[in-house]
Design a protein around this ligand. Structure first.
Ligand code: NAD
Length: 260
């Protein structure tokens, strides 16, 4: 295998691409030759990501996509195919945490409302299901594809953090395996990625509070928080043909946390 751009000629759609891991993944995919469809609900930030990709010489467009809305998925796929003629890669990255109003600590089970639980599941689980559902036909039409579902270390183990987050990310983990089996005959690979503690806008408040930050850092053997780029590189591997024989797998990128 030669070393060089790893996604030449591929078309990739990324959800939650306006920020953090999604933005880094979009930039990395574009740098490796993919045409990238950056989607998000935050249109201003999403357009900024596209502008910086274009400034760096990459190819990208921005589309508004609330991943919980099935009609918006239909529209996004139609627009992607109309612009680029194919869809080869989907990174189901959009996600939210179930935090208290101070945006630092997570809610306890006894304080979790059904509304709050459903909101987290709508984005973290239903949004992932809808993405997979709507890319199967276009990927089948081009002989296969790669779907990357962003779960979390908290989709594998428990902690004192929000139970809706854990459960919704656990659902992504097993949904990924179910989808991998259903889609294998169509040569569509489906894998999950499980980041540890990564510095992004999602974790900024938590990591800015020494009391909340220290236990996370202490639990990470490599002694630093991850960067969005650390996760984007794993997504690049799963998106590329280098992972051609991987499906239904879990890629843990966590600085060693789950090795303990
Ligand atoms: N940062 C971490 O430590 C960490 C750890 C494990 C897993 N993750 C997962 O990684 C993914 C990305 O997280 P991040 O840290 O980059 O967060 P982030 O908050 O920086 O980015 C998330 C993006 O998703 C978008 N989004 C939220 N709801 C959406 C919806 N319904 N439709 C479309 N877009 C929506 C937001 O606008 C935002 O741009 C999430 O699924 C998160 O759960 C993050």
């Amino acid at each position: 295998m030669t070393i060089g751009p790893r996604l030449p000629g591929k078309v990739a759609l990324i959800t939650g691409g306006a920020s953090g891991i999604g933005a880094a993944t979009a930039a990395t995919f574009a740098e490796h030759g993919a045409s990238v469809v950056v989607t998000d609900m935050n249109d201003n930030l999403g357009r900024e990501v596209v502008n910086s990709i274009r400034t760096a010489g990459g190819e990208a467009i921005y589309l508004h996509l609330d991943t919980t809305d099935e009609e918006q998925w239909t529209e996004a796929i139609v627009e992607t195919l109309s612009k680029y003629g194919a869809l080869n890669i989907l990174a189901n990255n959009a996600g939210i945490a179930d935090r208290r109003s101070d945006n630092k600590s997570t809610v306890k089970i006894e304080d979790t409302t059904v509304e709050g639980w459903d909101k987290v599941f709508a984005v973290n689980s239903t949004g992932v299901f809808l993405g997979v559902k709507h890319v199967i036909a276009p990927m089948r039409a081009v002989g296969g594809g790669s779907i990357i579902n962003i779960s979390s270390i908290y989709g594998i183990v428990g902690s004192g953090a929000g139970s809706a987050y854990h459960s919704s990310k656990g659902a992504v983990r097993t949904f990924t395996k179910s989808a991998a089996i259903q889609c294998a005959n169509d040569r569509i690979r489906v894998n999950s990625v499980h980041p540890g503690f990564v510095d992004t806008p999602l974790t900024a408040n938590t990591h800015a509070d020494p009391e909340l930050m220290a236990p996370r850092l202490n639990a990470t053997p490599l002694g630093r928080f991850g960067t969005a780029q650390d996760i984007a590189m794993g997504c690049l591997f799963l998106a590329s043909d280098e992972s051609a024989w991987m499906t239904g797998s879990e890629l843990v990128i966590d600085g060693g946390m789950l090795a303990q």
